[in-house]
Design a protein around this ligand. Sequence first.
Ligand code: CU
Length: 105
Amino acid sequence: MTPRWSLSIVVAWMLAMSIPAHAATIEITMENLVISPAEASAKVGDTVEWINKDILVHTATARNGDWDVNLPPKKNGSLVLKKAGTVDYYCRLHPNMKATLVVET
Ligand SMILES: [Cu+2]
């Protein structure tokens, strides 16, 4: 392996690693009226994708009013996180469905 070839591998690896580090997608499942995981952590710029596996409509509604994502039956909904903080959210239609999202800078 020539030094030049190995350098290009390192550069390619760094590029590949830097993309998910800046914008990950966090998947959160809603199934049988339960949000899982109940506590998820993410960073500003990440996308949160809720996956509704139920045949009911759910929402992911932030208690602080920052966001309100509608999740039709068997559909996904996503959101790009814009600010840091701990956000408690719930389903407006099934208030027992509660979870927390910890967003770091
Ligand atoms: Cu619901």
